[in-house]
Design a protein around this ligand. Structure first.
Ligand code: DGL
Length: 280
């Protein structure tokens, strides 16, 4: 067994949305210990400059490394889109974003080479999904649409509301004319709207959850590197740790809704402390 296999997996997001990726990883790898960082003080990343998001991502990765993680999962689409290359150039451990796994699944489910992508303004403007898809097949026709109102609507808890359907029809109307095979849900929050999105785009479009695909990629990386945690009876219950940079209003409610139960072992990291993890 590799020495590192006992170490936790580090996962981070701009806030609580990345809990959708935590859930997917917990489902596939129930024996692994997870350390999650949600940057709840500085969310949203989706409308910030690339430079700022890169700096935040460096600080959090550095923080996770101090906690001896064996790999880092960038659960945030925005951070994956603009900061992943920088993180990989700085640190020499497996660092996985959500864009590549989401693109691979989109590619595999698009026989007519027509793929839709939805995400935050930064993710869509970065062109990261488009580049990733075209590196798989240059013939892909990628139709992208930023949907900035969806994150606050998920946080507000409106997965089936008629206002939501109005907003979705407006954002996703473009896909009715373009006849896509699959639609990549390129934001941590969108899996929570899966049912409503499917209703609006129709059952002929395959929805791709980048977070779920990332969880599958985590299994593959850990297996290939022989980093998978081997469960032994002495382990008892695996403990996960959750760190956040703030406890905003209605934090408990939102966190429990996203995880499906209250967050255990929850700690706050003051912003000044987080900023001390800055790298040059
Ligand atoms: N986590 C972000 C993403 O997946 C959505 C929320 C934000 O804008 O920070 O792009």
């Amino acid at each position: 067994m590799n020495q590192l296999s006992e170490n936790p997996i580090g996962i981070f997001d701009s806030g609580l949305g990345g809990i959708s990726v935590v859930r997917a990883i917990m489902n596939l790898l129930p024996d692994e210990r997870l350390i999650y960082f949600g940057d709840t003080a500085r969310v949203p990343y989706g409308a910030k400059s690339n430079e700022t998001v890169r700096r935040f991502a460096q600080q959090i990765t550095n923080f996770l490394l101090e906690h001896q993680v064996k790999m880092v999962v960038v659960a945030c689409n925005t951070a994956s889109a603009v900061a992943l290359d920088d993180l990989r150039a700085r640190w020499n451990l497996p660092i996985l974003g959500v864009i590549e796994p989401g693109s691979q699944a989109g590619a595999a489910n698009s026989p007519n080479e027509r793929i839709g992508v939805i995400g935050t303004t930064s993710t869509i403007h970065s062109g990261a999904y488009e580049r990733s898809l075209k590196s798989i097949n240059p013939n892909f026709n990628v139709i992208s649409k930023e949907c900035p109102l969806l994150v606050p609507m998920v946080e507000e808890g409106w997965p089936e509301d008629e206002v939501l359907f109005g907003v979705l029809s407006r954002y996703l109307g473009i896909f009715n004319q373009t006849k896509i095979d699959s639609l990549i849900l390129g934001c941590t929050h969108y899996p929570y709207l899966r049912k409503a999105i499917q209703t609006v785009v129709g059952s002929g479009v395959t929805l791709i959850d980048s977070g779920e695909e990332t969880a599958k990629a985590v299994v593959k990386i850990l297996r290939d590197k022989n980093f998978l945690h081997r469960h032994s009876p002495e382990d008892g219950e695996r403990r996960h740790h959750f760190y956040v940079s703030d406890f905003p209003q209605r934090f408990q409610e939102t966190a429990a809704r996203f995880l499906g139960r209250p967050l255990e072992n929850l700690f706050r990291v003051e912003l000044e402390v987080l900023e001390s993890y800055n790298v040059e």
